[in-house]
Design a protein around this ligand. Structure first.
Ligand SMILES: [Zn+2]
Length: 264
């Protein structure tokens, strides 16, 4: 245990302790962004290559439109706040794929996938923006990189320092594959922690508001999700069964998010 603690402290010095936008939470990121992004892009290609795209042209266009608006709003915010260097870390792509599963997910760097099954819950463009804001927030807050870092700590423990210093990327590759379960069922994707989910909700409300969508719509969306009950393996339902807490938290965060909406 002592070794691990020493390692965390060392890592913060050697690698990076980053700070999440808006929430100010400190996070440990052991793997360089460039490596995570390269692997994420490769995995995304693999996923898109083996999953049928939706034939619903109108909704495919809508998912892409909302994604473009929200990612643009985030980039404008980064630009206006001296964080323009971060913009190069994104290579946004927004897809709608076939499947009745009520889910969406985001890979590092901004590769967002919606399943057709979520459209009856989003209902309209603003509903899509609720989910898009949440998924884009996972990317901006680098939740996958953080999860990967934790995964590696658990998996490799004290040997991690050697792995990182020798720049062997195999454990990173294995870690990312495990997190996303590429090539397997979507249910294999590991749910984010509650901390990450609440953070994605908070940032998501702000991002959708910045893009011109009323964040108040998030309450209705999550009520509809809650009414569906849930499979804990799904990214969007990963905080189930605390739906009531989630909705209450969203309501409490709305005044902050509305400030960005009312500027429009
Ligand atoms: Zn999430």
């Amino acid at each position: 245990m002592k070794k691990v603690i020493v390692f965390i402290v060392l890592s913060c010095v050697v690698v990076a302790c980053s700070t999440v936008l808006f929430t100010g939470r400190k996070q440990l990121l052991l793997v360089p962004d460039s490596e995570v992004l390269a692997l994420s892009s490769a995995n995304y290609r693999e996923f898109i290559g083996s999953t049928p795209a939706s034939q619903d042209k109108a909704n495919t266009a809508l998912v892409k439109k909302v994604g473009a608006k929200i990612s643009k709003a985030v980039e404008n915010y980064l630009l206006a706040n001296g964080r323009e260097k971060e913009i190069s870390q994104y290579s946004w792509e927004f897809s709608l794929v076939k499947g009745n599963v009520v889910n969406a997910f985001c890979m590092p760097g901004g590769k967002v996938v919606f399943y057709e099954g979520i459209l009856p819950v989003t209902q309209n463009e603003t509903g899509i923006a609720v989910v898009m804001g949440h998924e884009v927030a996972h990317a901006v807050a680098k939740h996958s990189s953080e999860r990967l870092s934790h995964h590696m700590m658990v998996q490799y423990g004290a040997a991690l320092a050697d792995i990182l210093s020798s720049k062997q990327s195999a454990p990173v590759r294995t870690g990312i594959k495990t997190l996303y379960g590429i090539g397997s069922q979507v249910g294999v994707i590991l749910p984010f922690s509650r901390t990450h989910e609440y953070e994605a909700d908070q940032l998501g409300l702000i991002f959708m508001a910045m893009a011109g969508y009323d964040p108040a719509a998030a309450v209705g969306f999550w009520e509809r999700m809650a009414a569906m009950g849930g499979d804990k393996g799904l990214e969007l339902l990963s905080t189930h069964p605390s739906d009531a807490n989630r909705i209450a938290k969203i309501k409490s965060l709305l005044p902050e998010a509305q400030k960005y909406y009312s500027k429009k």
